[in-house]
Design a protein around this ligand. Sequence first.
Ligand code: PLP
Length: 261
Amino acid sequence: MKCALTVAGFDPIGGAGIQADLKVFKKYGVHGLSVLTAITAQNTSNVDYIEAISINFFKRQLNTLLNDIKPDSIKTGMLFSSDLIKSLKDVILSYNLKNLVIDPVIVSSSGKKLIEDRAIDILREELFPIAKVITPNIYEATLFTGLNIYSKSDLYKASIIFKDMGPEIIIITGGHFKESEDIKSEKAIDLFFDGNKYHEIDSVRYPGEYHGTGCTFSAAITANLALGHPPLESVKYAKDLMQSAIKDAYYPGKGMAILNV
Ligand code: PLP
């Protein structure tokens, strides 16, 4: 059985973070490994509190696991601090891990910062250059590229700027475009760029706020890479999963919907 590793935060709701990632891995028949970066107190309305795992324990989780099992792919979610990011990079290089997918998590849908401000540059400098795929959403693309993204042509410009930061493939997810912006609201368009070719991948847009979309999408790409699918196919399969998971989303609490993976 193929194995995928998620390096991410703990979500008590079970809709984002490692819980979401493991559900997605299982869905594709890929064995899921997980290493925790941080624990959170949150519900479907609010991320209340975050506590990072100590660096010592973080490294210990990784080394103990990787001395035994080599994953076929690896994804990162909430990485929280510069020290966690730097330690992870060292481990990825020393174990020669391939198929790194980075979901550059910055802020939760409910508005809580999930990474320290000073760690944002470190994420870009340390991990983007060794990434197979990065999956920024519109908000993250704006923050990393400095561009205001209002239109489809802005997505193209942003992906060129991202390419210079070193990742092999960029997929900017368009699901967060506001209705007032000029990408039409009935479609959610993602832009895939590998440095040579662009592919627009679109799907129906369902209105509303959903918890765990970024985690679920990037985990689906990671699982498909573990299975040996090429990146573009992996992204298309991930997009198909997102469509059905959003269509059948449900409300376990009083706030956001959870994807039905
Ligand atoms: N909590 C954890 C542990 C996460 O990893 C993430 C996203 O990466 C979130 C919360 C935020 O999820 P969302 O913004 O989809 O609500």
